[in-house]
Design a protein around this ligand. Sequence first.
Ligand code: PLP
Length: 428
Amino acid sequence: MPLPCPLLSDSVSIEMDTQDNQLCFSGVKAQELVEKYGSPLYVYEESIIRKQYRELVDQFLYPKFRVHYAVKANYNPTILKILLEEGCGADTVSDQEVRLCLDLGFPPESIIFTGDNNTDEEMRYCLEKDVLINVGSLSQLERLGKLKEGARVSVRINPDVGAGHHSHCITGGPKTKFGIYHDKIEQIQAIVKQYNLKLVGIHSHIGTGIMDSEKFIEAMDVTTGVAKKIEGLEFVDFGGGIGIPYRESQSPLNLKDFGAKVSEHFTKFCAEYGNDLELKIEPGRFLVCQAGTLIAQVNTLKETPAHQFAGCNTGFNHLMRPMAYGSYHKILNASRVEGEKKAIVLCGNICESGDVFTQGSDGIEDREVSALEEGDLVAILDAGAYGMSMSMQYNMRSRPPEVLVSPEGQTKLIRKKESYEDIMSNFC
Ligand SMILES: Cc1ncc(COP(=O)(O)O)c(C=O)c1O
């Protein structure tokens, strides 16, 4: 029985799929997936990735519009290939992300490299491969000029506006390390002139998990203000950051309104600029977050005077957002979605007391979940972005496998579980 589960704007909603009161993914029960692939397990639904991409593109009426997926959100090659098929470009932050995108067939001109504190080697690699470098400091711009006079380049500015779900994720404003401050245009232009660089793009990215279009528009105005002072641009890139409602109580960003406002502001800017430039954005989370779920198995129930703990076979090594940012993820009993609710703390198998998935702004908190028994499967939702890509091998535990479920319910292993040998392979 599909339960209505409005997660996005009016035009975009994702239905939760259940059969026999068990959680399903495009019609496939969590239990079946675990029997076939083991647990813990990351599951992605292809239909949601494609739907998110199409919904986003549909809301931007400005004709010269390009989406570059922020690969850092999830670099599984199968996911990248789905987005490539949809016509998406890539936003990358390391030479290895660039290499992966090129290997998968992303045309070099569809890739932007927006790394931070980059080495000359990384820049040399991008120059060799004709991948545009989006430079975030004056000294890097100078180093790039020395590496290749006359190179095409884009510049990341810091628009003095920041936003995001956590202070660690705000990337605009005076307290952050990113970009060249927006008032340093003269210095940018002096370096561009000295090395005969071709400045083709202006970029900003103010943070991640943004649910308020006003902040985005505010930053856009500063960014286009800088762009107006530079001749010969081909594009302006406003970065990523579109948030998703992790909590039931959160209102999603109104995508339709957002797309319309951004398109309108940009059209106005282009009229003043005297040329219809390309409008780029770089969403990561929005495209893949809701497509991914981390499934784990409860193996231990225990009580303290403060909490009823449900312990499972994954931990912050596989999904660090709750531990790192106090982030909220919806949690379901995938074996019995509906049922009498019981307050639990869901914790993992890592030897740290912060290894808890039910976190709130004040730390560990109880969550009402339909009563869990040992052996039940739990689903940690909205784990497709910054989940597996931020995972690690702490406690010498392997990273879990990843599985893709097609819209027709076919399942495919898209990353194997790490083995003991994989972990040991780099030790000398
Ligand atoms: C430069 C840049 N672009 C895009 C993104 C993607 O952000 P999000 O996943 O919030 O859309 C990030 C994330 O930190 C980023 O640093």
